[in-house]
Structures are given as C-alpha cells and as structure tokens.
Write a protein of this length. Structure first.
Lengths: 272, 261
C-alpha cells in the first residue's frame, strides 16, 4: 500500500515542484517505486523539472475524465526505473479536477507504487485542496522569511481540518514535516533571513531538512534534472538527507557552513 | 455538555454559504425530580434551595422528572407548576420518565417529553445519598437539584497549535490554549482567554459585553487584544509588555495591559 505525500506551501515560488522532483527521485534512488503527480493544472512545470516535457501525450486530467488510461499517461523516468511522473494539463484549469476523479486515480496508483508524491499548486484553493486531501503525510516547503512562514502556518491549519484524515473520526492526523528551502546561512547570520529556531518555534512541526540556497538547484531545474541526481552539490546532499528522514531514518540535521570563496575564486572574480 | 473541536470551528467559518446550518449539539440541563405532591410545602423547600445558589439556577434549562410523581396528571397542574417555576427564573422546557397520560398533559402545557439523558457522572454519588435521606424528612424532599455545572463543560480547552486563518470561539465561557497561537489566528470567548504559550494572533475576550473578562498570556506578541470591544493593536502595545507574561483587563473604560510578576 503506497504512502501519499503532499508537497505543499501555500506561498508560490518557494520550491514545491523542485522539492517534489528531488524527493521523488531520492525515494526512487533508494529503490522505492515512486510516482510524482502534478496538481498544478494550467501551470504545468513538474514535467520540465523532471525533464520529460517532450514525452507528455496524455495527462492527469485526461485520466480523470476517462479519455485515457492511467498507464498511457504515466511517464517513466529515463534515468531511474523506479521513478514515474504523472503530468498535468497545461490548457485546462483547476476546475477540471474532481474529488472522485482524484480519489480513483490515487487508489489505482496505490496498488502499484510505494510512494505517491503530490506536487501541490500554490494557494489554498481547489488544486491545493485536492492535492492535500488524500495525503498521509505532508512536506511543507518554507523559505526563511515571514510571509512564507505565515502561509505555511495557514496550510498546516488546513492539513488539520480539510483533509480526508481530518474528517474521518479516529484516523491519525496528516503527519506534517517542515522542509526549509533556499536557506542562506550567510544572510541568516546577517539578520536578513529568519533563523531556523524561530521558524520551528512558530510552526511547531518536526524539521525534515534544510536545503541551502544554491545555484545548482536552478541549473538542475533548467536542464530538467532532479537535484539529487547531481550527487556533488550540497543541495543534493541535503535533499538526500531529507528523504532519509522522510522514510524514518534518524539523521542529525547539520547546517551547512557558510561557503567562503577560495583564494583563486576571489582572484578570478565570480566566474563560478 | 459542549465539545468543540478546532476542526468544527474552521469548517464552520469556511462553509458559510448556506443561509443556515444544522448542527447536532448536546446541552446540559438541570433535572428537577418531583417526589410526591408538589402542592405540599414544595415551593417553600424549593425557595430555600434556590436561596443557597441564586445564580446557578437562574435561567438554567430545566427538565421535570416525573418518575416518582404519579399524581401529577392534569394539564392545569402542569400549567400551574410551570408558571410557578418560571416565576423563580427556572426555564422548564420538558419532562422525562412520564406516563403516556402525563406526557399528553405536559405537552398541552407546553412541555416536551424527553427520553434518555444521562447523569453527569461525578455528582451521582452525592445525589443518591441525598435521595436516600429524603424519605426520612417530614417535608417532601425538594427534588435533588442536579449537577452543578462542570467547569470544563463551559471552558474550551485547546491543546493543538492554533494556525493562521483558524478561528476559535468559546461561546459559553473561557478559553484555555496550551499551544502557540500564530499570527493571523483569532481567539474569541465570552469569558476569559488564557494562552500558556506564545500568543501572536488576536484575542477577543468578553465579546458579549462582559467587562470583567480578562486575557492572560504567557508570552505576548499579539496582533490585537480586545475586551468587551475595547481593543489595542500590536502598535499600541508598549515594549515593556511585549514578550512578557501579561494580563489584560478593563479599568475605567480603558484597556490595561500589565506584566505579571
């Protein structure tokens, strides 16, 4: 029986899709059969970040509306056999998602997969609501700044009240984890960004990981490669650690040291 | 008894599209158990009892238990009894343990018949004791007044963090929050509000005009605090009380926020 994990945040641009791709790929690398579903109908991005945009024929909405079989819409990753993508439609809008449709698709996927990652759209409307509704666990992606923290707090409230687990009496509540992204130790030290302790104090949920702000994340997105496949970068390491914690391993969270440019780098200026 | 969960409140606030909402809710009522013929010294005994706790029974919803009173069968008897009780500010609305005849008469006198109903557990022992003593007294026992209101019944106890956008309402009394309240969350109570964690949201106490209501916070960082409609926003709060243990109360139409020692 698969575990459904929603990656959500409320606020846009904090790294939900990047994190969905990275977590999905990270789980696949550990041998878990994983599918990542794009719930952002109309603003399809996941397929690009996962590098399969040219292979999309049918999508999530086609499956919901019965125009295609689930098997026709699922795209297998070329780099890892355990990783699958269910892309969404770019031409439709969120109203094309129905609760029954989503439930049917998720139930079908549960049979075959170990993990189902739901990449939520920004906001708290229909798309985001349906992405979180059937979730067993949630990864709340937050940037170290006040507006993102407040939006995450709002989303945590919705996870506790507007999900299938919250509505069923006696069910365990959705287990929420905090994933801090775009964390810049240097700027935190300067007081320009919020400290981890302050964010944890406000949100009071366990910390899954801290992803440092890194140029490799953007580069990886642009070439359509989930960050974790770039095994040298700090961000990839941080995502891998987060995935370990997500599947229950106990790993200490380490803050990356401030990256100081080396002597030659300083000499040569900002070529890197 | 009232039990309100965080979820209910949120869904209520969000689903306010219908012009009405149907909710099932349990209330506590006082049961007046009549022992024999109410005419004989009954009201004197009742008045004595009421004098001991004048506020407790005032306007309390009340049910007549007819289990030991077979003589009360006439519509007029019910009507007289009801009007006498209402004179004493007792809001009788129903009967229980009635025979079919009593039920019909009571209905005509404007009382509904209730079935079921459970005793409030902790007061049972005391009441049974009293019931045993009652027959030895000369005067007809003035109906053991049932439970004193349980304090928890009217207090909304919140143990989970109150998130931004959530709105909690304690519509019968105090609210006690044992977890952080986020900015953008709202606590509303007819009585006092206690927050034993960081308070970053809004707290409105005494919303039905109770000027004696107070707000207590372990760590004040609120966006707004209000008592009986008088409010201060976080801009008005002086730096001395920010981040401190405080209480807020009304003094001469002014909202005072003081650090607790």
């Amino acid at each position: 029986m698969a575990k459904i994990i929603v990656v959500t945040s409320g606020k846009g641009g904090v790294g939900k899709t990047t994190s969905s791709a990275a977590i999905g790929a990270g789980l696949a690398l550990r041998g878990h059969k994983t599918v990542v579903i794009d719930f952002d109908v109309g603003l399809r991005n996941l397929d690009m970040i996962m590098g399969c945009e040219r292979r999309v024929v049918f999508d999530f909405i086609n499956v919901i509306q019965g125009d295609a079989k689930l098997k026709q819409a699922l795209i297998k990753d070329r780099r890892n056999d355990n990783l699958w993508v269910l892309p969404t439609s770019q031409t439709r809008d969120k109203d094309a998602l129905t609760q029954e449709g989503v439930e049917t698709v998720l139930n079908e996927l549960r049979e075959d997969f170990d993990y189902i990652i739901c990449d939520s759209p920004a906001g708290i409307e229909r798309g985001a609501h349906l992405a979180m509704y059937y979730a067993d666990e949630a990864v709340v992606v937050t940037n170290p700044e006040v507006s993102s923290v407040r939006d995450s707090d709002r989303v945590l409230g919705l996870l506790n009240s507007k999900t299938s687990r919250a509505e069923k009496t006696g069910a365990e509540p959705v287990q929420a984890h905090l994933l801090l992204t775009r964390y810049d130790q240097g700027r935190v030290a300067k007081g320009e960004m919020m400290k981890v302790e302050d964010i944890l104090e406000i949100l009071s949920i366990p910390l899954l990981g801290i992803i440092p702000e890194s140029t490799t994340v953007l580069k990886a997105s642009n070439v359509g490669m989930p960050v974790v496949f770039d095994d040298k970068s700090q961000a990839a390491k941080a995502y891998e650690d987060a995935v370990s914690r997500l599947i229950g391993e106990q790993l200490e969270i380490q803050l990356q040291p401030v990256e100081r440019p080396g002597f030659f780098q300083r000499l040569l200026g900002r070529t890197a | 008894m009232q039990s309100v969960s965080v979820q209910d409140r949120v869904s209520e606030a969000v689903a306010a599209v219908m012009p009405f909402q149907i909710r099932s809710r349990a209330f506590t009522a006082v049961v007046l158990r009549l022992s024999a013929d109410p005419s004989n010294g009954f009201f004197d005994a009742l008045d004595r009892q009421l004098k001991q706790a004048p506020h407790f029974f005032s306007n309390a919803p009340m049910v007549l238990d007819l289990g030991r009173s077979d003589t009360l069968t006439q519509v007029d008897d019910f009507a007289d009894l009801v009007s006498e009780l209402r004179l004493r500010n007792l809001s009788v609305f129903g009967v229980q343990n009635a025979t079919p005849g009593q039920s019909a008469a009571a209905l005509e006198a404007g009382l509904i018949t209730l079935t079921g109903g459970r005793e409030v557990p902790h007061s049972r022992d005391r009441r049974d004791l009293r019931a045993e003593q009652a027959p030895t007294k000369a005067a007809p026992a003035p109906a053991a007044p049932e439970p004193e209101p349980e304090p928890e019944a009217s207090t909304l106890m919140v143990t989970q963090p109150v998130r931004s956008g959530q709105r909690l309402f304690a519509d019968r009394g105090d609210m006690v929050v044992l977890a952080p309240v986020s900015s953008g969350a709202e606590l509303i109570a007819h009585g006092n509000i206690h927050v034993y964690a960081t308070m970053r949201g809004r707290a409105l106490a005494g919303v039905n005009g109770n000027r004696n209501a107070r707000i207590f916070c372990q760590d004040l960082d609120a966006e707004l605090i209000a008592i009986a409609g008088l409010y201060q926003t976080s801009e008005d709060l002086s730096p001395e009380v920010r981040g401190r243990r405080i209480q807020a109360f009304l003094r001469d139409d002014a909202l005072c926020v003081e650090a607790l020692k």
